[in-house]
Ligand binder design. Sequence first.
Ligand SMILES: [Ca+2]
Ligand SMILES: [Ca+2]
Length: 506
Amino acid sequence: MKQIIAFLVFWISFLSCQSEEINIYTQHVKEISKNKDGWNLVWSEEFEQESNIPNAQSWSLAAKEASPWNRYMSESYDQAYVKDGKLYLIAEKKDGEYKTGGVWTMDKVGFKYGKLEVCAKFTSFQGGWAAIWLMPQERQYPSVNNSYPGEIDIMEQVSMDKIAQHSVHTHYTLDLGYDKNPPRNGYGEYRDSEFNIYGIEWTAEKIIFTVNGEETFSYPNLHLPNESLMQQWPFDVPYYLILNYSVGGEDAWPGPIDDRGLPAHMEVEYVRYYEKENKGNDDDEEEEPSDNLIQNGNFEKNFAEDQQPGVFSADKTDQSGILNYLDRWFCRPDAPSCNMTIDKSEGANNSSRSLKYEATEIMDAEKVNLSYALQNVMEGRYTFSYYVKTNQDDTPFTLSIVVCETEDDIPLVLKENQKSIIFNPDGSQSLSPGPTWGLAATCDNKAGKGWIKYSVTVDIPENVLIRFVFKPCAYVGDINTHEIWGKGAWGGVIYWFDEFSLIPVE
Ligand SMILES: [Ca+2]
Ligand SMILES: [Ca+2]
């Protein structure tokens, strides 16, 4: 017992002076203390260093440009330096000119998902603008009419508003103006003139904003069926971190600058980045969830001979022949030299295999069908998701989720006029009328040369068979009927798909 008490005393004395101790044991204590319930620290910047210049492996000076936040960037370490284990970002006026400090991890350190926390404190005054925020290293969606690439503002404090503002900015919120439902911003209280921890917990489903560990705002992935057009969730790519203390002006958010508040500054004690503890161990499970109704959806295993993807003529797959091609990726010879195979040198998320469709030329895109049919899908809400890329830029494609409600529908399932799930302008879902229409698209998307993940949440009605149909190079030509069109000929087309999953939503 005594030994244990002695040990505890020894331990406490270690903790109490850990900032001065530099030896392997205190280092170890510090590392352990930084792991949090369910989160492993994978990267951190403590600013514990001799040099006044932020570590160049992670940081550069933010560039001066014409935007309100960066027009006075000094691009000098005079306004962005390390001292006493902290980063200092200064806003001041020298020789009649504003000079503001900012650093970023652009092209050096990227963050995607996980928990990011920044411990900081700042002064505030009329016209001041402290910010901790993220921008994408590369955009998730190709630029459409200069669409906004995405932005996550972990914390912004402006002027005398003593609140930590949280925002997301996207094509959806900024260019299209959908910023109320869900709201694009929120805020949290912080302790004035003290260090506070500003953070996010970021997954493929939502971004939760926190102040001192308490949730203050969150923004969800809506899984819109026309996501490539709306670009509501450009948050599946790495983002870099920006730390800056800027000033406003008449035309900027913080308003006029009261020079009596200068010099102003933000101090950053640390930046810490965590990933979920079980990440890595459970990677296989994540890629191939046990409740995924798509078999071998990541293509990493070999298919049995009679399940191999391929091109099959209509007389085999049509009518009730479809029942011999269940749980199998196939297409018909609807384009010259078309092929559907497993590519063993290419896969999403650094995997090694994917499904590849290629054709020398697609003339009638609306007639080409890449199909996967399955039975025994219980009525209920599901998320269908997949990765896609092509050998061309900005290539449209459609997805239809065809539903056979009765046995009588099955022989007609490969016809071009079957019922499919469609989304109405208000976001509600219905079944297309079927035979009076052509095949209607459930989703209208775009692919490019990098992998993009799409997912859609649908309520699958009672059915005897479900069929997923992709049409490469096709798009929705009529937004009222969701009718699928193809425009002209596409030469040398290759599409890759990976990580299909159809999973019940709990
Ligand atoms: Ca520090
Ligand atoms: Ca794969």
